[in-house]
Design a protein. Structure first.
Length: 478
């Protein structure tokens, strides 16, 4: 374990800052996309890849990153991921054309896929399950929710005040400082019972998840029923089925399916998938509405999100306290319910909308729901998991959220575009047609979030959340 109680909380601070950085980079480019398009000459078709390349590599390599951290060493992989992420951020800021920025964003996603499960498994093996770990995971969940909201806020501020390059450059000093502090605050841990690495399983699951995310991100361009899209999804399904078959036969599998015997872990991953689907697509739709319909600048759009970013961190602390007092399940159900309510509120956005009338009330509702959901899902996803499977559990919940986010952006974008085209064909002016598209997308998002309420009620088990994991292991010093 970390040497002292003080060291534990300093370690949590370091891990949380890094988590904030990688979650921030999911959303921070949204507001900057118009500036990036002009400066680098992006085509409209390729612009989505500034977001999608990150999601593709982040979501596709998370399980591999988590299991590698368990086997090779969590601190070692944490540092490697930080170095990769920092270099990729420098390359993104220095990008000179479409391929260079897309490639750098892919490299950032790969670094994040190494960092995220290593960081969360370090947290898990540092804090004892129960009140202490709930506090730590409460902070972790708060940072995740705050990072998602702060991304769109800071993206607008940096783009207008400096330039879009600085949304990437700001990662570099954070990465360097984190690498320097890691040997002082974090100790090495790994799964000492493992003797081999499941290379075929790693190839199959990474290829399968990557193909699935690629299909999701490209479906709008190819068409959801096109031969290309169907072919990609068939290939992804074949790879993932092959992965399951291989894992059931492997002596030391990359992913032990016994983890899903803990129903709450399975339920948390489903809820996390739904949360990612609703939340990240919602931020993109709101950003486009503010800029394309209301005419907000990048700076004004970013500042508009202050209501979410500024209050979500406070509500996350409330959520952590409530988890300790009333349990994870009521907090999670409340969070998903409020997220649903917030999305329903946004269905009334209008062409002549105002910030106070059309956006602020929804932002305040979303801030509470997002904070409650992130905190409780972070705790439930690791409930009852042995320390030797910390990387696997961490990789799973991050994968669920990233795949959900990629799917949500693709689906809600497809709905918005289809409805906008129909409205334009019917003779509506462009602002009205766009608004019609966004309204339809928010209705779909609300339906997805409502499914999260049902999943939370049915799948989260109170008795498992109260249990102590079997086979709890102590981190091994390197």
């Amino acid at each position: 374990m970390v040497a002292s109680q003080n060291h534990k909380w300093w370690a949590l601070a370091l891990l949380s800052v890094v988590q904030f950085m990688i979650i921030l980079d999911i959303a921070i480019v949204n507001v900057a996309l118009p500036s990036i398009q002009v400066d680098l000459g992006f085509s409209q078709e390729n612009l989505q890849w500034v977001i999608s390349a990150y999601a593709l590599f982040f979501g596709g390599f998370l399980l591999l990153g988590g299991r590698t951290a368990d086997l090779v060493g969590r601190r070692r992989m944490f540092v490697l991921g930080l170095a990769l992420f920092s270099v990729a951020s420098l390359l993104a800021g220095l990008a000179w054309n479409e391929p260079s920025l897309i490639g750098a964003r892919a490299l950032q996603g790969l670094g994040a896929a190494v960092i995220a499960p290593a960081a969360l498994s370090i947290l898990m093996t540092t804090f004892v399950e129960g009140k202490e770990r709930n506090i730590a995971l409460g902070v972790w969940g708060a940072v995740g929710g705050f990072g998602a909201a702060a991304g769109v806020l800071l993206g607008g501020v940096f783009t207008d005040a400096l330039s879009w390059e600085w949304i990437f450059f700001l990662n570099i000093p954070v990465g360097i400082a984190a690498i320097a502090l890691t040997p002082l605050l974090l100790r090495e841990s790994r799964d000492v019972t493992a003797t081999s690495f499941d290379a075929p399983g790693a190839v199959l699951v990474t290829a399968g998840l990557s193909a699935a995310v690629f299909g999701i991100t490209q479906a709008n361009d190819y068409g959801w029923t096109s031969a290309k899209t169907i072919g990609i999804f068939v290939a992804a399904a074949a790879l993932l089925v092959g992965f399951v078959v291989w894992e059931l036969r492997a002596k030391e599998p990359l992913m032990s399916f016994s983890i899903f015997r803990i129903k709450t872990v399975a339920g948390a991953n489903i809820a996390g998938f739904i949360l990612g689907t609703a939340l990240f697509s919602m931020f993109l739709m709101l950003t486009l509405y503010m800029q394309q319909v209301l005419g907000f600048s990048a700076m004004k759009t970013g500042i508009a999100y202050l209501a979410v970013a500024g209050t979500s961190i406070i509500w996350a602390m409330v959520a952590q306290t409530l988890v300790t007092r009333v349990g994870v399940k009521p907090v999670l159900v409340s969070g998903m319910t409020l997220l649903t309510v917030g999305l329903v509120y946004f269905t009334q956005v209008s062409v002549e909308g105002t910030y106070l009338g059309d956006l602020l009330p929804g932002f305040l509702i979303i801030a509470v729901g997002m904070a409650f959901a992130f905190v409780s899902i972070s705790i439930a996803a690791l409930a009852g998991v042995p320390a030797k499977q910390a990387g696997l559990a961490s990789g799973l919940i991050n994968t669920s959220q990233q795949i959900g986010g990629a799917l949500g952006i693709a689906v809600l974008s497809a709905v918005a575009i289809a409805q906008t085209n129909d409205a334009t064909a019917s003779g509506d002016a462009v602002p009205q047609a766009l608004t019609t598209g966004f309204q339809a997308a928010f209705w779909v998002g609300a339906g997805i979030a409502a499914a999260g309420v049902v999943a939370s009620l049915v799948l989260i088990r109170k008795e498992e959340l109260a249990s102590v994991p079997d086979g709890e292991t102590v981190p091994v010093a390197a």
